[in-house]
Design a binder for this molecule. Structure first.
Ligand code: SF4
Length: 233
Protein backbone atom coordinates (compact mmCIF):
# COMPACT_ATOMS: atom_id res chain seq x y z
CA UNK A 1 0.00 0.00 0.00
CA UNK A 2 2.82 2.34 0.97
CA UNK A 3 4.65 1.47 -2.24
CA UNK A 4 1.50 2.07 -4.30
CA UNK A 5 1.09 5.51 -2.73
CA UNK A 6 4.71 6.35 -3.38
CA UNK A 7 4.42 5.19 -6.99
CA UNK A 8 1.47 7.51 -7.43
CA UNK A 9 3.42 10.32 -5.84
CA UNK A 10 6.40 9.68 -8.12
CA UNK A 11 4.06 9.85 -11.11
CA UNK A 12 2.64 13.19 -9.94
CA UNK A 13 6.08 14.64 -9.20
CA UNK A 14 7.34 13.42 -12.56
CA UNK A 15 4.38 15.02 -14.38
CA UNK A 16 4.88 18.33 -12.53
CA UNK A 17 8.63 18.41 -13.24
CA UNK A 18 7.98 17.53 -16.86
CA UNK A 19 5.66 20.54 -17.17
CA UNK A 20 8.35 22.86 -15.78
CA UNK A 21 11.53 21.46 -17.33
CA UNK A 22 10.27 19.53 -20.36
CA UNK A 23 10.95 15.92 -21.22
CA UNK A 24 14.66 15.43 -21.95
CA UNK A 25 15.37 12.69 -24.47
CA UNK A 26 18.15 10.19 -23.97
CA UNK A 27 20.95 10.13 -26.50
CA UNK A 28 24.07 7.96 -26.22
CA UNK A 29 27.13 9.49 -24.59
CA UNK A 30 30.44 7.59 -24.46
CA UNK A 31 30.90 3.87 -24.98
CA UNK A 32 30.38 1.94 -21.70
CA UNK A 33 34.06 1.68 -20.74
CA UNK A 34 34.60 5.37 -21.48
CA UNK A 35 31.56 6.18 -19.35
CA UNK A 36 32.93 3.97 -16.58
CA UNK A 37 36.25 5.83 -16.58
CA UNK A 38 34.52 9.23 -16.77
CA UNK A 39 32.24 8.36 -13.85
CA UNK A 40 35.20 7.33 -11.68
CA UNK A 41 36.85 10.64 -12.58
CA UNK A 42 33.66 12.51 -11.64
CA UNK A 43 33.65 11.28 -8.03
CA UNK A 44 33.81 14.28 -5.66
CA UNK A 45 34.33 16.86 -8.40
CA UNK A 46 32.42 18.87 -11.00
CA UNK A 47 31.47 17.67 -14.49
CA UNK A 48 33.78 20.30 -15.89
CA UNK A 49 36.84 19.04 -14.01
CA UNK A 50 36.15 15.38 -14.70
CA UNK A 51 35.50 16.13 -18.38
CA UNK A 52 38.83 17.95 -18.66
CA UNK A 53 40.61 15.01 -16.97
CA UNK A 54 38.93 12.52 -19.30
CA UNK A 55 39.99 14.52 -22.36
CA UNK A 56 43.56 14.75 -21.03
CA UNK A 57 43.66 11.00 -20.46
CA UNK A 58 42.28 10.34 -23.92
CA UNK A 59 44.81 12.67 -25.54
CA UNK A 60 47.81 11.42 -23.54
CA UNK A 61 47.18 7.75 -24.33
CA UNK A 62 45.41 8.25 -27.67
CA UNK A 63 42.26 6.52 -26.45
CA UNK A 64 44.13 3.25 -25.95
CA UNK A 65 43.05 1.66 -22.65
CA UNK A 66 45.86 -0.93 -22.92
CA UNK A 67 48.34 1.94 -22.68
CA UNK A 68 46.54 3.43 -19.67
CA UNK A 69 46.86 0.09 -17.85
CA UNK A 70 50.53 -0.27 -18.77
CA UNK A 71 51.52 3.30 -17.88
CA UNK A 72 53.15 4.14 -14.53
CA UNK A 73 50.38 5.03 -12.08
CA UNK A 74 52.11 8.35 -11.30
CA UNK A 75 51.87 9.32 -14.97
CA UNK A 76 48.14 8.51 -15.08
CA UNK A 77 47.65 10.48 -11.85
CA UNK A 78 49.50 13.47 -13.31
CA UNK A 79 47.38 13.34 -16.45
CA UNK A 80 44.06 13.33 -14.59
CA UNK A 81 45.02 15.80 -11.84
CA UNK A 82 42.26 18.27 -12.84
CA UNK A 83 39.71 15.76 -11.47
CA UNK A 84 41.24 15.88 -7.98
CA UNK A 85 42.04 12.87 -5.76
CA UNK A 86 44.19 11.72 -8.66
CA UNK A 87 46.40 9.44 -6.57
CA UNK A 88 43.27 7.48 -5.62
CA UNK A 89 41.50 7.65 -8.96
CA UNK A 90 44.49 6.68 -11.13
CA UNK A 91 45.07 3.22 -9.58
CA UNK A 92 41.31 2.69 -9.39
CA UNK A 93 40.94 3.35 -13.11
CA UNK A 94 43.88 1.13 -14.01
CA UNK A 95 42.55 -1.69 -11.84
CA UNK A 96 39.02 -1.46 -13.25
CA UNK A 97 40.29 -1.40 -16.83
CA UNK A 98 42.57 -4.34 -16.18
CA UNK A 99 39.71 -6.31 -14.65
CA UNK A 100 37.38 -5.52 -17.57
CA UNK A 101 40.06 -6.67 -20.02
CA UNK A 102 40.69 -9.84 -18.00
CA UNK A 103 37.01 -10.76 -17.86
CA UNK A 104 35.94 -9.81 -21.36
CA UNK A 105 39.17 -10.12 -23.34
CA UNK A 106 38.55 -6.60 -24.57
CA UNK A 107 37.05 -3.30 -23.49
CA UNK A 108 33.61 -3.86 -24.96
CA UNK A 109 30.83 -3.85 -22.37
CA UNK A 110 27.92 -3.67 -24.78
CA UNK A 111 26.90 -7.21 -23.84
CA UNK A 112 25.47 -5.65 -20.65
CA UNK A 113 22.50 -4.21 -22.52
CA UNK A 114 21.31 -7.72 -23.34
CA UNK A 115 21.28 -8.69 -19.66
CA UNK A 116 18.39 -8.12 -17.25
CA UNK A 117 19.02 -4.84 -15.45
CA UNK A 118 19.75 -6.33 -11.99
CA UNK A 119 22.31 -8.72 -13.53
CA UNK A 120 24.00 -5.90 -15.47
CA UNK A 121 24.19 -3.82 -12.28
CA UNK A 122 25.63 -6.76 -10.36
CA UNK A 123 28.24 -7.39 -13.05
CA UNK A 124 29.49 -3.80 -12.91
CA UNK A 125 29.36 -3.61 -9.13
CA UNK A 126 31.51 -6.70 -8.84
CA UNK A 127 34.37 -4.57 -10.20
CA UNK A 128 36.51 -3.16 -7.42
CA UNK A 129 35.63 0.50 -6.76
CA UNK A 130 32.34 0.46 -8.68
CA UNK A 131 29.29 1.27 -6.53
CA UNK A 132 25.58 1.61 -7.37
CA UNK A 133 25.88 5.15 -8.72
CA UNK A 134 28.80 4.44 -11.05
CA UNK A 135 27.08 1.29 -12.34
CA UNK A 136 23.84 3.19 -12.92
CA UNK A 137 25.65 5.98 -14.80
CA UNK A 138 27.20 3.49 -17.22
CA UNK A 139 23.93 1.65 -17.78
CA UNK A 140 21.80 4.76 -18.19
CA UNK A 141 24.02 7.26 -19.99
CA UNK A 142 25.89 4.87 -22.26
CA UNK A 143 23.39 2.07 -22.84
CA UNK A 144 20.04 3.79 -22.22
CA UNK A 145 19.00 1.24 -19.61
CA UNK A 146 16.55 2.36 -16.88
CA UNK A 147 19.05 2.37 -14.02
CA UNK A 148 18.62 5.69 -12.25
CA UNK A 149 21.81 7.13 -10.73
CA UNK A 150 21.23 8.71 -7.33
CA UNK A 151 23.57 11.67 -7.06
CA UNK A 152 23.49 14.31 -4.34
CA UNK A 153 20.63 16.25 -6.00
CA UNK A 154 18.45 13.22 -6.70
CA UNK A 155 19.01 11.99 -3.15
CA UNK A 156 18.26 15.33 -1.46
CA UNK A 157 15.14 16.16 -3.51
CA UNK A 158 13.74 12.61 -3.22
CA UNK A 159 14.20 12.69 0.53
CA UNK A 160 12.59 16.10 1.00
CA UNK A 161 9.65 15.14 -1.15
CA UNK A 162 9.23 11.90 0.81
CA UNK A 163 9.81 9.56 -2.13
CA UNK A 164 12.37 7.81 0.03
CA UNK A 165 12.51 7.61 3.81
CA UNK A 166 14.52 10.14 5.84
CA UNK A 167 17.15 7.58 6.77
CA UNK A 168 17.60 5.99 3.35
CA UNK A 169 21.18 6.58 2.17
CA UNK A 170 22.14 7.26 -1.44
CA UNK A 171 23.29 3.69 -2.14
CA UNK A 172 20.08 2.13 -0.84
CA UNK A 173 18.03 4.81 -2.64
CA UNK A 174 19.00 3.20 -5.96
CA UNK A 175 16.94 0.12 -5.09
CA UNK A 176 14.06 2.08 -3.56
CA UNK A 177 13.66 4.42 -6.54
CA UNK A 178 14.02 1.54 -9.01
CA UNK A 179 10.86 0.08 -7.44
CA UNK A 180 8.96 3.34 -7.79
CA UNK A 181 9.97 4.85 -11.14
CA UNK A 182 8.66 3.22 -14.33
CA UNK A 183 11.49 2.19 -16.67
CA UNK A 184 10.24 4.47 -19.43
CA UNK A 185 10.47 7.51 -17.11
CA UNK A 186 13.81 6.80 -15.43
CA UNK A 187 15.91 9.06 -17.68
CA UNK A 188 13.68 12.18 -17.80
CA UNK A 189 12.85 11.85 -14.11
CA UNK A 190 16.55 11.63 -13.23
CA UNK A 191 17.49 14.65 -15.33
CA UNK A 192 14.58 16.74 -14.06
CA UNK A 193 15.27 15.93 -10.41
CA UNK A 194 18.82 17.17 -10.93
CA UNK A 195 17.58 20.35 -12.60
CA UNK A 196 15.16 20.92 -9.76
CA UNK A 197 17.87 20.28 -7.17
CA UNK A 198 20.21 22.76 -8.81
CA UNK A 199 17.67 25.50 -9.45
CA UNK A 200 15.02 25.27 -6.74
CA UNK A 201 15.40 22.54 -4.14
CA UNK A 202 18.91 23.62 -3.30
CA UNK A 203 21.17 22.60 -0.45
CA UNK A 204 21.20 23.75 2.26
CA UNK A 205 18.11 25.98 1.90
CA UNK A 206 15.38 25.05 -0.60
CA UNK A 207 13.54 27.81 -2.45
CA UNK A 208 10.08 26.54 -1.54
CA UNK A 209 8.50 29.92 -2.28
CA UNK A 210 8.96 29.35 -6.03
CA UNK A 211 8.55 25.56 -6.08
CA UNK A 212 5.66 23.95 -7.98
CA UNK A 213 5.87 20.81 -5.81
CA UNK A 214 4.79 22.24 -2.44
CA UNK A 215 1.52 20.29 -2.51
CA UNK A 216 3.45 17.02 -2.87
CA UNK A 217 6.34 17.72 -0.52
CA UNK A 218 6.79 16.25 2.98
CA UNK A 219 9.51 18.77 3.86
CA UNK A 220 7.32 21.73 2.92
CA UNK A 221 4.36 20.30 4.80
CA UNK A 222 6.37 19.65 7.96
CA UNK A 223 8.00 23.08 7.95
CA UNK A 224 4.73 24.88 7.26
CA UNK A 225 3.06 23.06 10.17
CA UNK A 226 6.02 23.90 12.38
CA UNK A 227 5.88 27.57 11.39
CA UNK A 228 2.15 27.67 12.16
CA UNK A 229 2.67 26.09 15.57
CA UNK A 230 5.43 28.55 16.40
CA UNK A 231 3.19 31.46 15.32
CA UNK A 232 0.35 30.20 17.50
CA UNK A 233 2.49 29.95 20.69
S1 SF4 B 1 8.69 22.40 -1.71
FE1 SF4 B 1 10.74 23.02 -1.04
S2 SF4 B 1 11.66 21.20 -0.13
FE2 SF4 B 1 9.90 20.54 -1.35
S3 SF4 B 1 10.72 20.02 -3.36
FE3 SF4 B 1 10.07 22.15 -3.43
S4 SF4 B 1 11.89 23.35 -2.93
FE4 SF4 B 1 12.28 21.21 -2.29
Amino acid sequence: MLTTNRREKVARVDAALSCVYGDPEWSPSLDPVGELVLTILSQHTSDRNSGAAFDALHDRFEGDWHRVIAAPTEEVARTIRSAGLSTIKAPRIQKVLDEVRRRTGDFDLRFLEKMPLPDARRWLMSLDGVGPKTAACVLMFSLGMPAMPVDTHVHRVSRRLGLIGPKVGADRAHDVLAELVPASRAYPFHINLIRHGRQVCRAPVPRCQICPLTGLCDYFQAHRDQTRQEAAT
